[in-house]
Design a protein around this ligand. Structure first.
Ligand code: C2E
Ligand code: MG
Ligand code: MG
Ligand code: MG
Length: 288
C-alpha cells in the first residue's frame, strides 16, 4: 500500500494501486499542509439536558475544507492523519481552538458549558497528553472542569493498565472523561467500574430505531440503568426525532445530542442559539 515510509520518502504510484490508494495518498499529502494553510475549522454541536431543556455542553467536531477536493469528512481523513502521525499536531490545534472558544463564550457571559473534544488513539497513547492539555488550559484560561475528553472503548482496551493510569492523570487535573460510541466496542463491563469516567455516550446505532425496535430499546435501557448504578451520566448521540427524544427523557437519559435539537454549528451560529436561551447577558454586541 502506498504511504509515507516514515523516512521522508514516498512510495510512488504503481499499477497494482487502485483509486482508493491514490485518494489516500492525495489526502495524506494535503494533510501535511492543511494546518498551516488554515484549512481546518471546528463546528460545535449542542448537548441538551433532558431535565432542564437547556444547553449544558457542546462537542467540538473537526471540519476540513480542501481548496480543490472540497469538504472531506473526518471519518475519511482522521484515520489517515492517525496513520501518518499528523493527528498529534492536528489534535493539539483542535484542543486549543475548542478551549479558546469555550472560554470566549464564558467571557461573553453565557452560562458556563462543558466543551467535549474527541481524542484519537495516538493522542491518548502519547506520553505528554496530560502536560500538553495542562499547557493549553493555562494558555486559554479555561477552567479544567469545563473540559471533557472523549475516548472510545477500543482505545481503552488496547492496554487497560496504561489507559487507567492515563485517565487518572487526566481526572486528577479536574477534566471529565466520556466514553464515545458506547456499545459498539468491546470493552469488558468488568473494567467499566475501574475506569475513572464521568459519562457514557450511547452510540447513535442504538438510538436510530428507538422506540420501535425492541432490541435497541432493551440495549438503551440497559446502558442507562448500568450507567446510573455506576454513578455515571448518560448522553444519547444521534437523536433525530421527537419520539426518540421523548422516549429518552421518559427513561431518564440525562442528555441528548443530535440533529433533532441541532446539527454541529459554526461558532457564530452557536452563539445565536445561546442568545435564544434567555440568559442574562452582559455583552451581547461583541458575541461571536
Ligand atoms: P463522534 O465523535 O461520534 O461524533 C458524532 C458524529 O455524529 C459527528 O459526525 C456528528 O456530526 C454526527 N451526528 C450528530 N448528530 C447526528 C444525528 O442526529 N444523526 C446523524 N446521522 N449524525 C449525527 P462527524 O462530525 O462527521 O464526525 C465523525 C467522527 O469523526 C466523530 O464521531 C469522531 O470520531 C471523529 N472526529 C470528529 N472530529 C474529531 C476531532 O477533532 N478529533 C478526533 N480525534 N476525531 C474527530
Ligand atoms: Mg465524539
Ligand atoms: Mg460518537
Ligand atoms: Mg466516533
Amino acid at each position: 500500500k502506498a504511504k509515507h515510509n516514515g523516512k521522508g520518502c514516498y512510495q510512488f504510484y504503481n499499477a497494482s494501486m487502485g483509486i482508493g490508494d491514490l485518494n489516500h495518498l492525495a489526502i495524506e499529502q494535503s494533510l501535511h499542509s492543511a494546518l498551516a494553510n488554515g484549512e481546518f475549522q471546528l463546528v460545535y454541536q449542542p448537548q441538551l439536558s433532558l431535565s432542564t431543556n437547556t444547553i449544558v455542553g457542546s462537542e467540538a467536531l473537526l471540519r476540513w475544507y480542501h481548496p480543490v477536493m472540497g469538504s472531506i469528512p473526518p471519518d475519511t481523513f482522521i484515520p489517515i492523519a492517525e496513520q501518518a502521525g499528523l493527528i498529534i499536531p492536528i489534535g493539539e490545534w483542535v484542543l486549543r481552538t475548542a478551549c479558546k472558544q469555550a472560554k470566549k463564550w464564558q467571557k461573553l457571559g453565557y452560562p458556563a458549558m462543558r466543551i467535549a473534544v474527541n481524542l484519537s488513539t495516538r493522542q491518548f497513547e502519547q506520553t505528554n497528553l496530560a502536560s500538553m492539555t495542562a499547557d493549553i488550559l493555562q494558555e486559554t484560561g479555561l477552567d479544567p472542569h469545563y473540559l471533557e475528553l472523549e475516548i472510545t472503548e477500543s482505545m481503552l482496551m488496547r492496554n487497560v493498565e496504561h489507559a487507567i493510569e492515563c485517565m487518572e492523570e487526566i481526572k486528577d487535573m479536574g477534566i471529565d472523561l466520556a466514553i464515545d460510541d458506547f456499545g459498539t466496542g468491546y470493552s469488558s463491563l468488568s473494567y467499566l467500574k475501574r475506569f475513572p469516567i464521568d459519562r457514557l455516550k450511547i452510540d447513535r446505532a442504538f438510538v436510530s430505531d428507538i422506540p420501535q425496535n425492541g432490541d435497541d430499546t432493551a440495549i438503551v435501557l440497559a446502558i442507562i440503568a448500568m450507567a446510573h448504578s455506576l454513578g455515571l451520566k448518560v448522553i444519547a448521540e444521534g437523536v433525530e426525532t421527537k419520539s426518540q427524544m421523548e422516549y429518552l427523557a421518559d427513561k431518564c437519559c440525562d442528555e441528548l445530542q443530535g440533529f433533532y435539537f441541532s446539527p454541529p454549528l459554526l461558532p457564530e451560529e452557536f452563539t445565536k442559539l445561546l442568545k435564544k436561551q434567555n440568559f442574562v447577558l452582559p455583552s451581547l454586541d461583541q458575541a461571536d
